[in-house]
Ligand binder design. Structure first.
Ligand code: NAI
Length: 240
């Protein structure tokens, strides 16, 4: 029996990279998956992969920085599949690299709106849907840059540190509703986001492999951690 038989999962930023890998992994484990992204065509491509391999998926356009979009997304999920069991709040942007005195207020606002406010907006709607069906599990996308500083990425690093504080607080607030809320903090992972960063700053090619394993992570490796955190195997883990 797959882990998530008759369960429903929602993934944001699922047109690409880690979000796509997680959507496919939720489906492999038997969940119906709501595949959402700013870019509908990419979300539809991920949903088509799921359907081709025998799973159930709904593609939906959603800008996580917009409250109305997020509320509609969760309402559409419950309307289509009747419930929400798992959410992976993964959508995020890197922003262009640069020393903080060179950055504009608009760049700061964009990164914080997607990476931090977006996670808050998603949590807000998701916990209400999960309370209605008796509980659930949520994983927020932070980053290794949420744990340590990242030269040239002040807004990004601040937003990801914020996701960690938000995750810890949300876990406390909804534990009694039987909703577990955790975050993942991957190191550099082989996705279009990192490819575009390396294109802009090829001198970082060595440092992106500056982890003990001396290589980039794969999207599938982070997806497996997300699946495990959502599963009952992690039933005593929240706020981590
Ligand atoms: P990616 O660029 O391949 O995928 C990000 C997806 O998010 C794209 O499909 C994009 O359309 C979507 N997106 C962007 N803004 C959005 C918005 N406002 N609303 C909805 N969707 C939106 O990037 P990747 O690498 O898969 O990143 C996913 C998450 O993982 C991000 O939050 C990123 O910060 C985080 N992360 C990535 C790492 C890496 O090395 N690739 C390391 C640690 C964390």
């Amino acid at each position: 029996m797959p882990l998530f038989h008759e369960k429903v999962a929602l993934v944001t930023g699922a047109a690409s990279g880690i979000g796509r890998a997680a959507a496919l992994a939720f489906s492999r484990e038997g969940a119906a998956v709501v595949v959402s992204d700013l870019h509908l065509t990419g979300a539809e491509a991920t949903a088509a992969m799921i359907v081709e391999s025998g799973g159930e998926a709904l593609a939906a356009a959603c800008d996580v920085a917009r409250r109305a979009d997020v509320e509609n997304l969760v309402a559409q999920t419950v309307h289509t599949f009747g419930r929400l069991d798992f959410a992976f709040n993964n959508a995020g942007i890197g922003g262009a690299l640069g020393m903080l005195h060179q950055k504009t207020e608009a760049e700061w606002d964009d990164v914080l709106a997607v990476n931090l406010k977006g996670v808050w907006l998603c949590l807000r709607s998701e916990v209400q849907a999960m309370q209605a069906s008796g509980g659930g599990a949520i994983v927020n996308m932070a980053s290794a840059a949420g744990l340590v500083g990242f030269r040239g990425a002040s807004a990004y690093s601040a937003s990801k540190h914020g996701v960690i504080g938000l995750t810890k607080t949300a876990a406390l607030e909804y534990a009694r509703s039987k909703i577990r809320i955790n975050a993942v903090c991957p190191g550099f992972t082989d996705t279009p986001m990192v490819a575009s960063m390396l294109e802009a700053a090829p001198e970082l090619a060595d440092s992106v492999r500056g982890n003990p394993l001396r290589r980039l992570g794969t999207p599938e490796e982070t997806a497996e951690a997300v699946i495990w955190l959502c599963s009952d195997k992690a039933s005593f883990i929240t706020g981590q």
